[in-house]
Design a protein. Sequence first.
Length: 219
Amino acid sequence: MTSNWFQSTNARIAGAFAMALLLQVVGTLLIPGYSAPFAIRALLVIASLLAVASIGQTLVVILGGIDLSIPFVIGFANVVAAQLYGQGWNFALVCGLVGVLAIAIGALNGLISRGLNIHPLIVTLGIGMVVQGAVLLWTGGFPSGSAPQAVSSFVSIGGSVGPLPVPLLVPSLVMLTALIVLVLARTPYGRRLYAVGSNPEAAPLALIDPLRMWIVTYA
């Protein structure tokens, strides 16, 4: 019974939290100010931004793939959004355009990886490099622009949400994580995702289109 628990998912999750707590204690003992309130808020902001990317990577890994284009697409979105907003574009229009382009890049990753049966590591790295090159050509290597005050406040280390001394980014991440867990556990998409990831050859027999799942998940 005990042996089975140590091999369970709950044990791995508990181990990850225990390791994070241990590292926090070690850092506190060795580095002055490591656990100061400002430092913890900064750590939460950085971890939240990484967690958003990790959620997308998690879905892709469950599917049986991997996405190395994520950092390139994030950089692309940041540069393009700041550049267009700095040129006077409406921020809602900028968000819509950047979102559509990012979704199209992800969908292309899934289409090529599954449709042409090329390993996603190669496909996503290649497309990521193309995206980076396109941004460099567009900006000439000197990106400019700015972000609206709302975005700065959303991720500001000094921000707060009611009585919580953290920026809105942190509770937003918690809600996003809860939503993804719910989708994976309670929706047809979640069941199809696990089915394709565990046995892509048998998935079509259950009327699941693997190509469609790859495109949707990467998007």
